[in-house]
Write a protein that binds this ligand. Structure first.
Ligand SMILES: [Zn+2]
Length: 217
């Protein structure tokens, strides 16, 4: 070993022993003392065991533990975000999917009708589970039987109004038997002001089925 590099190393040895020199310097020192007896002895004097540096081991273990912790944390965060995302997506679908109320399931034949009061006003009355409808979708029909969305619909021949009760998909879970005593009344229009209208019907648009709720007498 040449003297010059030994001098250089001996400057670095205290730092090496205290484990505070940079990675590059550590490598240079380690390489040197592997071959240089003098410097190795000097390092031993500094009371440092090169073969097993407990400080370094602890640091390594701590570093690995920290990395495992971060990896676990990332997995947990991704999982939570995924679950939250799926939950919100499901809720969004449940809240945004309109379903026509099934005529049989909600007993619409007995729970939905149109009533006329002494002023000639017509009311849509909904009882029981039918009172829990989220929306009442209107429909209009001309005298040829065309619905408002049909191409052949003729607005000069309007003769009937239809109503479709819509629920949100979430209502399948939210509607309970305890709502059976509910009654909701919705003002439709005054029959005298709508002289052309002679029929009001319930329109099951999913099955294209119509049920007459009121007919002009
Ligand atoms: Zn040396």
């Amino acid at each position: 070993m040449n003297k010059k590099s030994c001098e250089l190393i001996s400057d670095l040895l205290p730092l090496y022993a205290d484990n505070v020199c940079s990675g590059e310097s550590r490598a240079v020192v380690a390489e040197h003392i592997a071959e240089c007896e003098d410097c190795r002895r000097q390092l031993k004097k500094m009371n440092c065991d090169i073969k097993a540096d407990p400080t370094e081991d602890i640091k390594t273990i701590q570093r690995i533990k920290k990395r495992i912790f971060i990896e676990k944390l990332v997995i947990i965060i991704i999982s939570v975000l995924f679950v939250v995302g799926v939950s919100f997506g499901t809720l969004f679908l449940l809240l945004n999917t309109d379903k026509t109320m099934d005529y049989e399931k909600y007993g619409l034949s007995e729970n939905v009708w149109v009533e006329q009061d002494e002023n000639g006003d017509l009311w849509l009355v909904r009882k029981g589970l039918a009172s829990q409808a989220w929306f009442i979708y209107p429909d209009i029909k001309d005298s040829d039987g065309n619905h408002i969305d049909d191409e052949a619909f003729d607005k000069d021949k309007i003769s009937a109004f239809g109503y479709t009760l819509k629920q949100r998909a979430i209502d399948d879970f939210a509607i309970t038997e305890s709502m059976i005593d509910n009654e909701e009344r919705t003002l439709l229009f005054n029959m005298d002001e709508r002289a052309k209208i002679d029929t009001i019907y319930y329109y099951d648009d999913e099955n294209d089925a119509e049920y007459v709720l009121w007919e002009r007498s």
